[in-house]
Every structure is written in structure tokens, then in C-alpha cells.
Design a protein around this ligand. Sequence first.
Ligand code: SAM
Length: 262
Amino acid sequence: MGSADPFDPTRPNVARVWDYWLGGKDNFAVDRELAEKMLALHPASAQMARENRAFLRRAVRYVAARGVEQFIDVGAGLPTALNTHDIAHGVTPGARVAYVDNDPVVIAHGRTLLARSPGVTVVPGDVRDPRAIVTDPELTDLVDLSEPVCVILSAILHFSDAATARDIASVFIDAMAPGSYLIVSVGSGAPREGNRFASAYTAARIHIHSRAEVTTFFADLDLVPPGVAPVRCWQGDDPAPARPPRSASFLGGVGRKPARPV
Ligand SMILES: C[S@@+](CC[C@H](N)C(=O)[O-])C[C@H]1O[C@@H](n2cnc3c(N)ncnc32)[C@H](O)[C@@H]1O
């Protein structure tokens, strides 16, 4: 799936397949065809995408409620209902949000729809080059990395093997001020099911990370209870009762960078 390729409506694309599953309209016949093919293989895919978005909203609300006013959402995807800035602005109207993606379609749509909102920017960037993201002048114009920030890596680190995903997360963690947060979610499930699911993609390979592996992505951050868990069980400040995990789900967690030892 050509996420980083120039706009090509004849080839399926991660962001547009995801948009279809989330109930959006920014997708083409070729995306819908692949999305349906993947649903036939793995009927829970669309539900998992929606549950992951619901986790992202709970996690952003949780972090914003703790006074963090800057967000970097990497692999943000196409704008959909209740994006990161909508949630953050619901808590702190002046919150600043930088959306980053390597898909030109996402950048173009984002710039049209989101960048009109005050305190929002949309920046092209590749998560596999995290140093370029945290030093991008367009991003650092809006986000001050000497102040607490929340970095969001939602449904993106499963495109990298565990060691690479850990390295990517560590660059963001190093760049964050104490008091910052990291939100991570990845597709999960039994390896055989995950591999079958992945083979429906044309190019993007999905890596199924274990809960223990995802926990290592947070390095020395303090994990917010319950730690890395199926996303439907991660409540944050949400009073809703925990729902039982399914065999295949998304795993997610939120970590806080502690103050430097004195
Ligand atoms: C599955 S969607 C997730 C969207 C959103 N984060 C969410 O959780 O609903 C994955 C997104 O990551 C983007 N993406 C894939 N590979 C990327 C990379 N190497 N660098 C930046 N973005 C990437 C895709 O373009 C797509 O928008």
C-alpha cells in the first residue's frame, strides 16, 4: 500500500482504507475494494479502527486534562470526526496541535480542512525519520519542545519491526521535556491471524507486537494505569466500565516522562 507515494487514485492507500473503516468519505473505489477484502479476512477490522479512535480520544482528553497544551500527532490520517485538536480544544481552547503524515493526500486534505483552525498545523514527515520531525521548523514554530508535549503514535508503529519502533519512540522521548506524554497504539492479535491480515495489503507489512514489546516502546516513562492494554479496556478518566478484550484488538498505552532526577 503506497502510503508515501504521490497521489494515485488507482492504487489503494492506508489512510483512505482507514478512512473508509471509520465511516469517512475520503476514499476511492480501489480503497473500498481492499477495505472490504480485508473485512472478509478479518471482520473486526473496521470495529478495531473505531475502537482505536475512541482510545485516542480518551487518551488525548486524559493528557489535556493534566495541563499539556501541545500535541504532535504522527501518522495522523485523514481528518475525521473528532480529531486530536477537537478533543484537546474541548479541554484547553488554546491547545496547539501539529499533525504529521507522509501521505500527500493526508497533507493536502489536512491543510484544507484543519490548518484553518487556530493553533493547528499540518506538516509532511516520515515517522521512520523522527529526528527530522522534531527539528522541522514548521513544527517547532508551533510546538515548543522545551515545554511538556504529547506525542501521539496511533496505529502507526505496527508498520515497523519492534526494534525499529522502539528506536522511533526513543527519539521522541529524548526530545520531550519532563512532564510530557507519549500515546501509542498498535494493531495486535494472534500472529497467524495478523499475518493473514497483513497479506491482504499490497506493500505495507504489518508487524504484530506483543504487549511486552509495546511496553518497551515507552522506555523509562511512567505508564498510566492499566499500562499497555487492549484499547477498549484503557479508560483514562472515562467512567465507562472496562470491556473484556477480544482475541484480536489494538493494544494501547500512555506514558509520562518523569521529572529529571536532581
Ligand atoms: C492506520 S492510519 C492511522 C490514523 C490515525 N493515527 C488513527 O489512529 O486513526 C495510519 C496513518 O499513518 C500514515 N503513515 C503510514 N506510514 C507512515 C510513515 N512512515 N510516516 C508517517 N505517516 C505514515 C498513513 O498515511 C496513515 O495516515
